[in-house]
Design a protein around this ligand. Structure first.
Ligand SMILES: Cc1cc2nc3c(=O)[nH]c(=O)nc-3n(C[C@H](O)[C@H](O)[C@H](O)COP(=O)(O)OP(=O)(O)OC[C@H]3O[C@@H](n4cnc5c(N)ncnc54)[C@H](O)[C@@H]3O)c2cc1C
Length: 243
Protein backbone atom coordinates (compact mmCIF):
# COMPACT_ATOMS: atom_id res chain seq x y z
CA UNK A 1 0.00 0.00 0.00
CA UNK A 2 1.58 3.31 -1.04
CA UNK A 3 1.46 6.28 1.31
CA UNK A 4 -0.82 9.13 0.25
CA UNK A 5 -0.13 12.60 1.72
CA UNK A 6 -2.64 15.44 1.58
CA UNK A 7 -1.22 18.94 2.05
CA UNK A 8 -3.54 21.85 2.83
CA UNK A 9 -2.08 25.16 1.63
CA UNK A 10 0.04 25.92 -1.40
CA UNK A 11 2.25 28.55 0.23
CA UNK A 12 6.01 28.29 0.62
CA UNK A 13 5.83 25.40 3.10
CA UNK A 14 3.17 23.38 1.24
CA UNK A 15 4.85 23.66 -2.15
CA UNK A 16 8.30 22.95 -0.73
CA UNK A 17 6.98 19.83 1.01
CA UNK A 18 5.22 18.71 -2.17
CA UNK A 19 8.49 19.08 -4.13
CA UNK A 20 10.35 17.04 -1.51
CA UNK A 21 7.74 14.27 -1.35
CA UNK A 22 7.57 14.09 -5.14
CA UNK A 23 11.37 13.80 -5.28
CA UNK A 24 11.18 10.96 -2.72
CA UNK A 25 8.55 9.17 -4.83
CA UNK A 26 5.71 9.69 -2.33
CA UNK A 27 2.18 10.30 -3.58
CA UNK A 28 1.15 13.85 -2.61
CA UNK A 29 -1.68 16.26 -3.42
CA UNK A 30 -1.81 19.94 -2.45
CA UNK A 31 -5.06 21.86 -1.98
CA UNK A 32 -4.80 25.66 -2.12
CA UNK A 33 -7.79 27.93 -1.54
CA UNK A 34 -6.51 30.74 -3.77
CA UNK A 35 -6.44 30.83 -7.56
CA UNK A 36 -3.24 29.99 -9.39
CA UNK A 37 -2.87 33.42 -10.98
CA UNK A 38 -3.66 36.95 -9.79
CA UNK A 39 -3.71 35.71 -6.22
CA UNK A 40 -3.59 38.80 -3.98
CA UNK A 41 -1.89 36.77 -1.26
CA UNK A 42 1.11 36.35 -3.54
CA UNK A 43 0.87 39.57 -5.50
CA UNK A 44 2.03 41.34 -2.35
CA UNK A 45 5.23 40.19 -4.03
CA UNK A 46 7.67 41.16 -1.32
CA UNK A 47 11.14 39.66 -1.17
CA UNK A 48 11.99 36.79 1.19
CA UNK A 49 15.41 35.75 2.46
CA UNK A 50 16.15 32.02 2.44
CA UNK A 51 18.75 31.65 5.21
CA UNK A 52 21.18 28.70 5.64
CA UNK A 53 18.46 26.67 7.46
CA UNK A 54 16.00 27.44 4.69
CA UNK A 55 18.61 26.38 2.16
CA UNK A 56 17.71 22.77 3.06
CA UNK A 57 15.04 23.56 0.50
CA UNK A 58 17.75 22.52 -1.96
CA UNK A 59 17.32 18.91 -0.79
CA UNK A 60 13.63 19.06 -1.74
CA UNK A 61 14.18 20.33 -5.27
CA UNK A 62 15.55 18.66 -8.40
CA UNK A 63 19.02 20.18 -9.13
CA UNK A 64 17.72 22.04 -12.22
CA UNK A 65 15.01 23.72 -10.15
CA UNK A 66 17.46 24.77 -7.42
CA UNK A 67 19.65 26.26 -10.19
CA UNK A 68 16.60 28.16 -11.47
CA UNK A 69 15.90 29.44 -7.96
CA UNK A 70 19.48 30.76 -7.68
CA UNK A 71 19.16 32.28 -11.16
CA UNK A 72 16.13 34.21 -9.90
CA UNK A 73 17.77 35.38 -6.69
CA UNK A 74 18.11 39.11 -6.00
CA UNK A 75 21.30 40.94 -5.14
CA UNK A 76 22.14 40.34 -1.48
CA UNK A 77 21.46 43.38 0.71
CA UNK A 78 24.57 45.24 1.86
CA UNK A 79 23.07 45.45 5.39
CA UNK A 80 19.79 45.65 7.28
CA UNK A 81 18.86 49.04 8.70
CA UNK A 82 16.07 50.55 10.74
CA UNK A 83 15.34 54.21 10.02
CA UNK A 84 12.80 56.77 11.14
CA UNK A 85 10.41 58.16 8.56
CA UNK A 86 12.80 61.16 8.45
CA UNK A 87 15.57 58.75 7.29
CA UNK A 88 17.46 59.03 10.60
CA UNK A 89 19.34 55.85 11.53
CA UNK A 90 18.05 53.83 14.50
CA UNK A 91 20.08 50.65 13.91
CA UNK A 92 22.27 48.98 11.29
CA UNK A 93 22.98 45.24 11.17
CA UNK A 94 25.99 44.52 8.99
CA UNK A 95 25.67 41.92 6.24
CA UNK A 96 27.92 39.33 7.91
CA UNK A 97 25.63 39.23 10.98
CA UNK A 98 22.46 39.28 8.94
CA UNK A 99 23.37 36.81 6.22
CA UNK A 100 25.53 34.28 8.04
CA UNK A 101 27.41 31.92 5.77
CA UNK A 102 24.90 32.07 2.95
CA UNK A 103 21.46 33.32 2.14
CA UNK A 104 19.32 33.70 -0.94
CA UNK A 105 17.05 36.76 -1.24
CA UNK A 106 14.27 36.16 -3.75
CA UNK A 107 11.00 37.87 -4.69
CA UNK A 108 8.07 35.84 -3.33
CA UNK A 109 6.29 35.60 -6.66
CA UNK A 110 9.49 34.29 -8.27
CA UNK A 111 9.92 31.74 -5.47
CA UNK A 112 6.35 30.63 -5.99
CA UNK A 113 6.90 30.19 -9.75
CA UNK A 114 9.93 28.02 -9.06
CA UNK A 115 8.19 25.94 -6.37
CA UNK A 116 5.15 25.34 -8.60
CA UNK A 117 7.25 23.90 -11.42
CA UNK A 118 6.54 20.25 -12.12
CA UNK A 119 3.58 20.22 -9.70
CA UNK A 120 0.81 20.92 -12.26
CA UNK A 121 -0.88 17.57 -11.63
CA UNK A 122 -0.37 17.70 -7.87
CA UNK A 123 -1.73 21.13 -6.87
CA UNK A 124 -5.42 21.98 -7.00
CA UNK A 125 -6.42 25.64 -6.69
CA UNK A 126 -9.71 27.10 -5.49
CA UNK A 127 -10.00 24.34 -2.87
CA UNK A 128 -10.76 25.77 0.56
CA UNK A 129 -10.26 23.25 3.36
CA UNK A 130 -13.03 23.38 5.95
CA UNK A 131 -12.50 20.37 8.25
CA UNK A 132 -11.15 16.83 8.40
CA UNK A 133 -12.71 13.51 9.43
CA UNK A 134 -11.14 10.18 10.29
CA UNK A 135 -12.59 7.41 8.15
CA UNK A 136 -13.50 3.91 9.35
CA UNK A 137 -10.56 2.52 7.33
CA UNK A 138 -8.11 4.58 9.40
CA UNK A 139 -7.55 7.22 6.74
CA UNK A 140 -8.17 10.94 6.96
CA UNK A 141 -10.59 12.84 4.74
CA UNK A 142 -10.20 16.56 4.05
CA UNK A 143 -13.52 18.27 3.37
CA UNK A 144 -13.60 21.38 1.18
CA UNK A 145 -16.05 24.29 1.00
CA UNK A 146 -17.38 23.08 -2.37
CA UNK A 147 -18.51 19.85 -0.68
CA UNK A 148 -15.78 17.69 -2.24
CA UNK A 149 -13.34 15.58 -0.20
CA UNK A 150 -9.85 14.10 -0.56
CA UNK A 151 -8.70 11.04 1.34
CA UNK A 152 -5.20 10.04 2.36
CA UNK A 153 -3.05 8.48 5.08
CA UNK A 154 -1.49 11.73 6.30
CA UNK A 155 -2.95 15.25 6.43
CA UNK A 156 -0.49 18.17 6.63
CA UNK A 157 -1.67 21.62 7.67
CA UNK A 158 0.48 24.09 5.70
CA UNK A 159 -2.32 26.65 5.63
CA UNK A 160 -0.51 29.49 7.35
CA UNK A 161 -1.00 31.45 10.55
CA UNK A 162 -4.79 31.17 10.60
CA UNK A 163 -4.64 27.41 9.82
CA UNK A 164 -8.04 25.70 9.80
CA UNK A 165 -6.26 22.36 10.19
CA UNK A 166 -4.63 23.57 13.42
CA UNK A 167 -7.89 25.05 14.72
CA UNK A 168 -9.50 21.60 14.55
CA UNK A 169 -6.49 19.45 15.50
CA UNK A 170 -5.05 21.72 18.22
CA UNK A 171 -7.94 23.97 19.30
CA UNK A 172 -6.05 25.20 22.37
CA UNK A 173 -3.12 26.51 20.26
CA UNK A 174 -4.08 30.10 19.58
CA UNK A 175 -2.43 32.95 17.71
CA UNK A 176 -1.45 35.82 20.02
CA UNK A 177 -1.74 39.29 18.54
CA UNK A 178 1.27 41.44 19.50
CA UNK A 179 -0.44 44.62 18.32
CA UNK A 180 2.54 45.40 16.07
CA UNK A 181 1.69 45.88 12.44
CA UNK A 182 4.05 45.63 9.48
CA UNK A 183 3.66 46.43 5.81
CA UNK A 184 6.10 45.54 3.06
CA UNK A 185 6.21 46.74 -0.50
CA UNK A 186 8.16 47.13 -3.68
CA UNK A 187 7.99 50.34 -5.70
CA UNK A 188 9.53 51.05 -9.10
CA UNK A 189 12.08 53.88 -8.93
CA UNK A 190 12.44 56.00 -12.07
CA UNK A 191 15.79 57.33 -13.27
CA UNK A 192 15.15 60.87 -11.97
CA UNK A 193 14.07 59.71 -8.54
CA UNK A 194 16.95 57.24 -8.32
CA UNK A 195 19.53 60.00 -8.64
CA UNK A 196 18.00 61.73 -5.58
CA UNK A 197 17.88 58.64 -3.34
CA UNK A 198 20.91 58.06 -1.07
CA UNK A 199 22.88 54.94 -2.00
CA UNK A 200 22.28 53.16 1.31
CA UNK A 201 18.50 53.18 0.69
CA UNK A 202 19.08 51.28 -2.55
CA UNK A 203 21.62 48.77 -1.30
CA UNK A 204 20.37 47.95 2.21
CA UNK A 205 17.21 46.19 3.29
CA UNK A 206 15.46 49.04 5.06
CA UNK A 207 12.80 48.98 7.74
CA UNK A 208 11.13 52.31 8.53
CA UNK A 209 9.79 52.45 12.08
CA UNK A 210 6.71 54.63 11.97
CA UNK A 211 4.28 55.56 14.73
CA UNK A 212 1.10 54.68 12.91
CA UNK A 213 -1.43 54.44 15.76
CA UNK A 214 -3.37 51.86 13.77
CA UNK A 215 -6.86 51.41 15.21
CA UNK A 216 -8.94 49.67 12.59
CA UNK A 217 -9.27 45.89 12.60
CA UNK A 218 -10.53 45.97 9.04
CA UNK A 219 -7.51 47.89 7.87
CA UNK A 220 -4.70 46.15 9.71
CA UNK A 221 -6.06 42.69 10.47
CA UNK A 222 -5.14 42.94 14.15
CA UNK A 223 -7.40 42.96 17.18
CA UNK A 224 -8.62 46.50 16.75
CA UNK A 225 -6.61 47.93 19.66
CA UNK A 226 -4.30 50.85 19.15
CA UNK A 227 -0.84 49.85 17.92
CA UNK A 228 2.02 52.14 18.96
CA UNK A 229 4.61 50.99 16.51
CA UNK A 230 4.18 50.31 12.85
CA UNK A 231 6.88 49.49 10.36
CA UNK A 232 7.35 49.35 6.65
CA UNK A 233 9.99 47.24 4.92
CA UNK A 234 11.49 48.15 1.57
CA UNK A 235 13.54 45.58 -0.28
CA UNK A 236 16.36 46.64 -2.56
CA UNK A 237 17.82 45.09 -5.70
CA UNK A 238 14.75 42.99 -6.48
CA UNK A 239 14.39 41.19 -9.79
CA UNK A 240 11.34 39.92 -11.65
CA UNK A 241 10.93 36.21 -12.45
CA UNK A 242 13.11 34.86 -15.25
CA UNK A 243 11.77 31.56 -16.65
C1 LIG B 1 6.90 41.19 6.15
C2 LIG B 1 7.34 39.74 6.29
C3 LIG B 1 8.65 39.41 5.98
C4 LIG B 1 9.08 38.08 6.11
N1 LIG B 1 10.36 37.77 5.78
C5 LIG B 1 10.79 36.52 5.88
C6 LIG B 1 12.11 36.17 5.48
O1 LIG B 1 12.89 37.01 5.04
N2 LIG B 1 12.49 34.86 5.58
C7 LIG B 1 11.63 33.92 6.05
O2 LIG B 1 12.03 32.74 6.11
N3 LIG B 1 10.37 34.22 6.43
C8 LIG B 1 9.95 35.48 6.35
N4 LIG B 1 8.67 35.79 6.73
C9 LIG B 1 7.80 34.72 7.22
C10 LIG B 1 7.28 33.90 6.04
O3 LIG B 1 6.62 34.75 5.11
C11 LIG B 1 6.32 32.88 6.54
O4 LIG B 1 6.93 32.13 7.55
C12 LIG B 1 5.94 31.94 5.40
O5 LIG B 1 5.24 32.62 4.38
C13 LIG B 1 5.08 30.85 5.95
O6 LIG B 1 4.81 29.97 4.86
P1 LIG B 1 3.62 29.01 4.93
O7 LIG B 1 3.60 28.24 3.65
O8 LIG B 1 3.66 28.25 6.21
O9 LIG B 1 2.34 29.95 5.06
P2 LIG B 1 1.71 30.98 3.95
O10 LIG B 1 2.82 31.53 3.14
O11 LIG B 1 0.85 31.86 4.75
O12 LIG B 1 0.86 30.00 3.04
C14 LIG B 1 -0.32 29.40 3.50
C15 LIG B 1 -1.15 29.02 2.27
O13 LIG B 1 -2.29 28.31 2.69
C16 LIG B 1 -3.42 28.78 2.00
N5 LIG B 1 -4.59 28.53 2.82
C17 LIG B 1 -4.94 29.18 3.96
N6 LIG B 1 -6.09 28.67 4.45
C18 LIG B 1 -6.46 27.68 3.61
C19 LIG B 1 -7.58 26.78 3.57
N7 LIG B 1 -8.54 26.81 4.52
N8 LIG B 1 -7.66 25.88 2.55
C20 LIG B 1 -6.70 25.83 1.59
N9 LIG B 1 -5.63 26.68 1.56
C21 LIG B 1 -5.52 27.58 2.57
C22 LIG B 1 -3.15 30.26 1.77
O14 LIG B 1 -3.90 30.79 0.67
C23 LIG B 1 -1.64 30.25 1.49
O15 LIG B 1 -1.35 30.10 0.12
C24 LIG B 1 8.20 37.09 6.59
C25 LIG B 1 6.86 37.42 6.88
C26 LIG B 1 6.45 38.73 6.73
C27 LIG B 1 5.00 39.08 7.05
Amino acid sequence: MSLKVIVIGGGIAGLCLAQGLKKAGIDVSVYEKGPRRADPHWLQGYQIHVNPNGAHLQECLPPALWAKLLNNACSPSAAFQVLTEQIKTIAVVEAEFMNGSSHVPIVRTALRQVLLEGLDDLVQFGKEFVRFEQTSSGRVAAIFSDGSAATGHVLVGADGTGSNVRKQYLPSARVIDTGIVGAACRLPIGVRTRSRVPDHLLTRLTCYAINLQVRSRARCGCNGQSSDLGFCVVACGVRLYRP
